[in-house]
Design a protein around this ligand. Structure first.
Ligand code: UDP
Length: 478
């Protein structure tokens, strides 16, 4: 670092695992490159992060040429009201905004007169007010979009009414999005009239209302994977694909700094004992809780197919008010030689392990990107939001997955026979081979994108330059 006082970047994350992970990966990259990064999110998840990982509130950690500081803000109880009842999604989001705005204003004020004023603010989706606060204070800001560029295109097109989307009057309408036609059930479902979570669509669309405020939109994807969407968006927004962030060159050195909300169970030792490419890894991410009947069908599918498996099966979060999952009688005993059920895994390590044959995924964008970049064939089991769109791309565009499940809005159960059939199809035979070859191709492309002079590496360098040279303000004019 040339100057004595490192440039100070404030990062504000929505309190969700799928939001914290990519933003923290970017935070570690910036710190390693010599920045002082304050990483903040709501304390409800801050508490979980401190319990599960070796980090503490206001701790400043030297990282490469710079520093990373964790700083958590009070969010008035997170998803829980004072009487213990659950807040609605819109109340929760309003609560985070209420406390978060105060926090960001205070941090800006506290640092304004010091040797370490905030030079740039970066947020992820669901907290669009961060861009407003930054603009009000004349501080350049950027957004790290944590979904695909294709999903960004869908939200952008919807918000700006560039194409027609399904509506109450025409719910089964197809949507042409650049080179791909999305069926009604492949459109990010927060935008669909059948979705029970349309409120999340409203929160996401808020970021499109103030899209002129951030000087740039970073995407945790890479150009080669989504060239049609990135080319299209580049004419409209200053968009920079910089992913896969978990593969960035500084990731290995900083891998011990983690933001998991749950402590990982030990999976690696068990995977070490398994044969090469023999294990089916199953995970529905941090939020999705499949219905009990679906869990039962999956369990029987595993028994019937006799595959080896590592299954992340979290009990439903307390605020869902659902009972813990019950596995079929004798399931654990019967599968003890072949399988392992855990509550949380070190997913990147699991997917990178040679014993993993395929990944049954809910298709969250982080999981999708991790699977793609680690060259793992997948079986898609989306629930909602962009997951249904990611599933479509994994199967039909990237060619790395087999379709298995349906979005929750479709209320369809996948039978044990179907689970068995698809698991076998993805692990042995010609389809498995085809998926493997495509997955390998994308793994190589992802590695090239983050290697020195690769497409994502160049975009990251340009972004660093923008922050350092104040170019951030200039590009606002795009
Ligand atoms: N993850 C993990 N261990 C698990 C399950 C998930 O570390 O057992 C991580 C996963 O690697 C990813 C994130 O949690 O980075 C989940 O994000 P994603 O966008 O896939 O789904 P979400 O949880 O937001 O639905």
């Amino acid at each position: 670092m040339e100057s004595e006082a490192p440039i100070h970047v404030l990062m504000v994350s929505f309190p969700g695992q799928g939001h914290v992970n990519p933003l923290l990966r970017l935070a570690k990259f910036l710190a390693a490159k010599g920045f002082f990064v304050t990483f903040s999110t709501a304390d409800t998840v801050g508490k979980l992060m401190r319990t599960a990982n070796d980090i503490s509130h206001k701790q400043v950690i030297p990282v490469g040429d710079g520093f990373l500081k964790f700083d958590f803000f009070d969010d008035g109880g997170g998803v829980t009201n004072t009487d213990g009842s659950r807040r609605t999604l819109s109340d929760f989001s309003a609560q985070v905004e209420h406390f978060g705005r105060q926090y960001v204003c205070q941090v800006i004020k506290d640092h304004a007169e010091t040797h370490r004023p905030i030079s740039c603010i970066i947020n992820n989706p669901f907290v669009p007010w961060v861009s407003d606060v930054a603009a009000d204070h004349g501080i350049p800001s950027a957004v790290l979009w944590v979904q695909s560029a294709a999903s960004f295109t869908a939200y952008y097109s919807y918000f700006n009414k560039l194409v027609s989307f399904p509506s109450d009057a025409d719910p089964y309408l197809d949507v042409q999005l650049a080179s791909v036609v999305l069926k009604y059930n492949e459109v990010p479902d927060f935008l669909h009239p059948f979705s029970p979570y349309q409120v999340l669509g409203t929160v996401i669309l808020e970021q499109f209302r103030n899209l002129s405020k951030p000087f740039c939109v970073l995407v945790d994807s890479f150009e080669e994977l989504e060239s049609d969407y990135i080319n299209y968006l580049s004419k409209l927004v200053n968009i920079k694909p910089i992913g896969p962030l978990f593969k960035s060159p500084t990731a290995t050195d900083t891998s011990k700094i983690r933001g998991d909300f749950l402590k990982s169970d030990d999976c690696i030792e068990w995977l070490n004992s398994r044969a090469e490419a023999s294990v089916v890894y199953i995970s529905f991410g941090s939020i999705v809780c499949p219905p009990q009947e679906q869990v039962t069908e999956i369990a029987h599918g595993l028994l019937d197919s006799q595959v080896s498996f590592l299954w992340v099966l979290k009990p439903p979060a307390k605020h869902h008010g659902l009972p813990p999952y019950v596995l079929p009688e004798g399931f654990l005993e019967e599968t003890k030689e072949k399988g392992k059920v855990v509550q949380w895994s070190p997913q990147e390590k699991v997917l990178g392990h040679g014993s993993v044959a395929c990944f049954v995924t809910h298709c969250g964008w982080n999981s999708s990107m991790e699977g793609v970049a680690l060259g793992v064939p997948m079986l898609t089991f989306p629930a909602w939001g962009d997951q249904v769109t990611n599933a479509k791309f994994l199967v039909d565009v990237y060619g790395v997955a087999i379709k298995l499940g349906y979005g929750h809005a479709e209320k369809k159960l996948v039978s044990r026979d179907e689970v068995k059939k698809r698991l076998l199809e993805a692990t042995v035979g010609p389809k498995a081979e085809e998926l493997k070859q495509n997955a390998f191709k994308w793994k190589k492309a992802a590695e090239a994108a983050v290697a020195p002079n690769g497409s994502s590496a160049r975009n990251l360098d340009a972004f660093l330059k923008d922050i350092k040279e104040g170019g951030a303000v200039r590009v606002n004019e795009i």
